[in-house]
Write a protein that binds this ligand. Sequence first.
Ligand SMILES: Cc1cc2nc3c(=O)[nH]c(=O)nc-3n(C[C@H](O)[C@H](O)[C@H](O)COP(=O)(O)OP(=O)(O)OC[C@H]3O[C@@H](n4cnc5c(N)ncnc54)[C@H](O)[C@@H]3O)c2cc1C
Ligand code: SF4
Length: 324
Amino acid sequence: MLRLPSFTYLQPKTLAEALRMKQDAGPQGAYVAGGTDLYPNMKRRHQEPKTVISLMGIAELKATAGTTVGTGVTLTQLSVLPSFRRRYSAVAAAADLVSTPLLRNMGTLGGNLCLDTRCNYYNQGYEWRKAIDFCMKKDGAICWVAPSSPRCWAVSSSDVAPVMVALGAEYVLVGPQGERVVPAARFYHNDGINYLTKQPDEILTAVRLPAPDGWDAVYHKLRRRGSFDFPVLGVAAWVNWDGATIADARIVLGGVASYPQDVPEAGAALQGTALTDEAIAAAAEAAYRPSKPMDNTDFDLSWRKQMTQVYVRRALEELRSRRK
Ligand SMILES: Cc1cc2nc3c(=O)[nH]c(=O)nc-3n(C[C@H](O)[C@H](O)[C@H](O)COP(=O)(O)OP(=O)(O)OC[C@H]3O[C@@H](n4cnc5c(N)ncnc54)[C@H](O)[C@@H]3O)c2cc1C
Ligand code: SF4
């Protein structure tokens, strides 16, 4: 059985208190929300904080008002809140597709958006990783997926993050220097180790969603076991209608790069069209080309690449069927 290392557990009641505790703990401190990602990672010694600061007692993070959602909201709450399901069905659907009911009851929006990147050579116990001499994401020097590569290719595996990027959501961050707001797309880096642009002390406090006005979005997920698994491909499709034609569109891929990958060519292929079969085929082809999964998650990588085309087509067909 994998055991947690020993650590000091702190329970601040306010954001200011949490920030102070993190500054006191320095690089040895880590925030935790539901713990469904951090604690398994600590058991495998991926992260080894000496001080863990829980965000779950901070009421400000649970506030949801209008188009702003606090990051302390659980995935279950996101997926069942009737007002949310009605206005932000793609976010609710993505939250509902995360792992199992138990994990969704504990897992939060903030933890999902800050989820560690994943790789078959990394998401293993300490002894397993030691046996292959580790890798550069933790304790080692080489990448076992691409041994000549100077970077880590671990995969962004959040279900909700691609939807937030597709919607053009904004993230509110609070740190020792105050508050700042960043577009969701700028919160992520295409680097398996430095996958967030967030400073270590900063807390992601809220997500600002666009007003539900003239646009529609869907999320489709590929995984082996529908009841449980992480995405090995996620497709978030967003379209902004201007009457019968599309004024603007975004296709964002999850599970194929170290960040939620916006494919502007795919969005451009839809602009000015009425989501005809031809436009959908062009967008699916445009998304297929830059989709470059690596051999470090489930399924054969060339099949996952081919599935990009299929899943983008299905997502866009669903958007079209909703207009009828
Ligand atoms: C078996 C299993 C299956 C899973 N399947 C899926 C899946 O299909 N799809 C999916 O997306 N995820 C999946 N997960 C991962 C995880 O359960 C969810 O992503 C969950 O939403 C993480 O939220 P959390 O609150 O538990 O995060 P935590 O574990 O508490 O935190 C995760 C990370 O985010 C940081 N963090 C958390 N909140 C904040 C904040 N407000 N500000 C700054 N940093 C913060 C923490 O420091 C930590 O680094 C799975 C996990 C397991 C164990
Ligand atoms: S992609 Fe390479 S460096 Fe990154 S976790 Fe996997 S094996 Fe390690």
